[in-house]
Design a protein around this ligand. Sequence first.
Ligand code: HEM
Length: 76
Amino acid sequence: MYSSWVLRDKHLSQHPDLSKLPEAKHLLFNDIVLKGILSENGMAGFSNSLSEEDAEAIHQFLLKKQVENYKKEKEK
Ligand code: HEM
């Protein structure tokens, strides 16, 4: 859940479900999660607590979810 100050500020994530990220955000994933390029909007960089391998593992997990969801949608 996002913190209340983010809600008060009326700035919500464009993609609260990270398994639905568009390509542009995938390409920027490490810059967002490690370097903090969206930190002015409330998404801090986590390089102090996540390694590049950690970020890669999270990213791969999200990509796997995205592929699974895409397959499920196609089966409907
Ligand atoms: C390891 C955990 C996290 C990962 C992998 C992650 C990843 C991301 C990614 C990829 C985006 C870009 C998607 C978008 O544009 O909506 C994003 C946006 C955002 N995240 Fe995180 N996030 C994490 C934790 C957090 C935490 C703990 C907070 C709040 C305290 C947070 C707050 C935000 C906000 C406010 C945005 C929107 C920024 C904007 O629209 O410019 N995130 N996050």
